[in-house]
Design a protein around this ligand. Structure first.
Ligand code: AP5
Length: 220
C-alpha cells in the first residue's frame, strides 16, 4: 500500500499515520521528522533547513526531493509507505511521479485530511512531542499519562518551535498557496480520497481504512 497524507498543518497526518502504519505494516515517512532529526544532529542539511522551518516556510524543493528519493529506496519501503508532509508543491509532486516510475511502483491513494482552521489552531497550540521517540501528544485531547513524560520512553514531551501562533499562521498561508493546488493535481489523477478529520483520531483512522477497503485505484 503506497499512500500520501495531504492536509494542513495540524490536520493529524502524523497522528493518524502512526495508526495506519501499524494496520498495514508499511513505512511512515515524515519529511518534517527527517528534517527535525537533522536539525537536532546539527547536520549540514539540518543547518540549512532550520531557518526555513523556524519561519514556517518551505525548505527548497531540490533538497527535499533528494532526501525522499533516497529514503524510498530503503528496505522498509518495499511493502509500501505513507508519505506524510510530502509532496508539498507541484514540482515536488511531479518529481515524485518520476521517482515512482523509476522504482516501478504506483500510488494507491492520496488521503486528504480536512479540518477547519479553528480546530487546527487549538490542536497545534496544545501539541507536545517527544524529542526522543517522536510520539505526538496534545495537552487537551491526548495528554501523556504521567505529567509531561512520554508514555513510551519517559522523556519530557516538548512544544515544537514552529507551533507558536505567528508561525502557525504563516504555515497555514503557505499551505493554502503552495500545497492546496495538489488537491486538484491528485483529483485529476482519480486517486484523491477526502476524509473528515475534525473528529477523534481512531475514528479518522477507521474512516481511512474503510475508504481504502472500498477499492484501490492504482493509477500513478
Ligand atoms: P511538518 O512536520 O510536516 O509539519 P506540518 O505539515 O505543518 O504538519 P504538522 O506536523 O504540524 O501536523 P500533522 O498534520 O502531522 O498533525 P499532528 O498529527 O502532529 O513540517 C514542518 C516544516 O518542515 C515545514 O513547515 C517546512 O518548513 C518543512 N518541510 C517538511 N516537509 C517539507 C516538504 N515536503 N517541502 C518543504 N518543506 C518541508 O497533530 C497535531 C496536534 O493535534 C497534536 O497535538 C495531536 O495530538 C492533535 N491531534 C491530531 N489528530 C487529532 C484528532 N483527531 N483529534 C484531536 N487531536 C488530534
Amino acid at each position: 500500500m503506497r499512500l500520501i497524507f495531504l492536509g494542513p498543518p495540524g490536520a493529524g497526518k502524523g497522528t493518524v499515520a502512526a495508526k495506519i502504519k501499524e494496520a498495514y505494516g508499511i513505512a511512515h515517512i515524515s519529511t518534517g521528522d527527517i528534517l527535525r532529526e537533522n536539525v537536532k544532529r546539527g547536520t549540514s542539511l539540518g543547518k540549512l533547513a532550520e531557518r526555513y522551518m523556524q519561519a514556517g516556510d518551505l525548505v527548497p524543493d531540490d533538497i527535499i526531493v533528494e532526501m525522499v528519493e533516497s529514503r524510498l529506496q530503503e528496505p522498509d519501503c518495499s511493502e509500501g509507505f505513507i508519505l506524510d508532509g510530502f509532496p508539498r508543491t507541484l514540482p515536488q509532486a511531479e518529481a515524485l511521479d518520476r521517482i515512482l516510475k523509476k522504482l516501478k511502483v504506483k500510488l494507491d491513494a492520496v488521503i486528504l485530511l480536512e479540518v477547519d482552521d479553528e480546530t487546527i489552531v487549538k490542536r497545534l497550540s496544545g501539541r507536545r512531542v517527544c524529542p526522543k521517540c517522536g510520539a505526538i501528544y496534545n495537552v487537551s485531547f491526548n495528554p501523556p499519562k504521567a505529567d509531561s513524560l512520554c508514555d513510551h520512553c519517559g522523556e519530557m514531551a516538548i512544544q515544537r518551535n514552529d507551533d507558536k501562533e505567528e508561525v502557525v499562521r504563516q504555515r497555514l498561508a503557505v499551505y493554502r498557496e503552495r500545497t492546496a493546488p495538489l488537491i486538484d493535481y491528485y483529483l485529476r489523477k482519480g486517486i484523491l480520497k477526502k476524509v473528515e478529520a475534525a473528529r477523534g483520531s481512531d475514528e479518522v483512522a477507521h474512516a481511512i481504512e474503510e475508504s481504502l477497503a472500498g477499492g484501490y485505484h492504482g493509477h500513478a
